[in-house]
Design a protein around this ligand. Structure first.
Ligand code: FAQ
Length: 323
């Protein structure tokens, strides 16, 4: 392939050199810039999975919208779930700048050709789960996503800045909810402990497989799409979360968890990677339910898409007559 620029015509090798140079100098790649096909594919894959996760991620919390214990908690939860819809939309837009088609991405989600985060395949059994999702799931999301604000692809990095600000509010609302519950009755404290026990290991799995089993990390790091490996971010999350658990007075369900003076990090146990594989491949506790709900919502929304298309066609016809 050749590309005509103000500097003249560049061949593939020169374009590649120019691209590599920009990556090395931490300059952003923008949608109209030349990029290797693998870079584009990797970004569409990661951004689409991320967008799908935000959209499917509305379901576990949506489960409690009608049963929130007060008007205040309901308003907070509603705002959070709406933020997640917004994050999905920014991310689909970022994928569109790479030439992806949003309708096709949705299709790939509901036909299981593309993935979404394993974490949203677990059930929300009590209202304490809402607090723990904010604390642990949004906490893990922040750890993973703050470095993505420096990702080499401009639209993705810029979307992440705004998303991270909102995730930060989400994390705090979850922690505040849990603080309120642990100051309540013994039964409420038990609910918080039980939710922590159920969400701890799945939260660690959100960071992906261990580095040795992560086929994409090395290349994504070289392209500066990812800035840290899965294991580095998992460690950062554990280090950040242990003192928060102590402040809440809950126990993290890992007997191997202890401070390592030499490493200046917490040691922790090995997540059950066979569980992660099972959940990713569609056999988690709620995979079927989540996708069935998403498929139904998509079908129920067909009339909205039809109406929008009919409106756009009418407007275009009217503008044609006026010309
Ligand atoms: N679940 O080679 P790697 C949120 C897949 S948003 C499912 O390590 P990579 C907000 C992976 O895709 C949460 N699949 O892959 C919120 C790959 O499959 P493929 C979502 C997983 O891409 C909060 C294969 O395994 N966040 O929480 C998972 O280098 C509360 C091999 O893995 C993002 O998407 C998993 N946990 O690293 C909303 C952040 N882990 O495509 C509601 C952006 C791995 O080759 C409520 N994404 N896989 O077939 C990333 O940072 C990366 O894509 C990783 C995976 C770190 C997730």
């Amino acid at each position: 392939m050749t590309m005509t620029t103000t500097a003249g015509r560049l061949d593939d090798a020169e374009l590649q050199r120019h691209f590599d140079d920009r990556i090395t100098h931490d300059q952003r790649i923008e949608p109209r810039d030349w990029m290797p096909e693998g870079y584009r594919r990797t970004l569409v894959r990661q951004i689409a999975q991320h967008a799908h996760s935000e959209i499917i991620g509305m379901q576990p919390e949506g489960n409690w919208l009608g049963r929130a214990p007060s008007l205040r908690r309901k308003a907070i939860l509603l705002a959070k779930v709406q933020d997640e819809a917004g994050h999905g939309l920014y991310l689909y837009s970022a994928a569109e700048t790479l030439g992806a088609d949003r309708a096709e991405l949705t299709d790939k989600l509901i036909t299981r050709q593309q993935k979404y985060s394993s974490i949203f395949n677990y059930p929300t059994l009590t209202f304490a789960d809402i607090g723990v999702i904010g604390w642990l799931v949004d906490g893990a999301a922040i750890c993973n996503q703050v470095p993505l604000c420096r990702s080499s692809f401009g639209p993705y990095a810029r979307a992440m800045v705004r998303i991270c600000k909102e995730e930060s509010f989400h994390q705090r609302q979850g922690y505040e909810l849990l603080m309120t519950m642990v100051r309540g009755t013994a039964e409420q404290r038990e609910m918080v402990q039980d939710a922590t026990n159920r969400w701890w290991w799945p939260s660690l799995m959100m960071f992906g497989p261990p580095d040795g089993d992560s086929p994409n990390t090395q290349q994504s790091m070289a392209w500066r799409i990812k800035r840290h490996t899965n294991d580095e971010l998992r460690q950062r999350f554990v280090d950040m979360t242990v003192p928060q658990a102590e402040a809440l007075g809950v126990t993290l369900p890992d007997p191997a968890l202890r401070w390592n003076q030499e490493r200046e990090h917490y040691d922790f146990g090995e997540p059950d990677w066979s569980e992660l594989k099972r959940v990713i491949s569609g056999d988690g506790p709620c995979n079927a339910e989540r996708l069935a709900r998403r498929r139904a919502a998509h079908e129920e929304g067909q009339w909205v898409r039809d109406a929008a298309a009919a409106h756009a066609a009418k407007r275009a016809a009217r503008e044609e007559v006026m010309r």
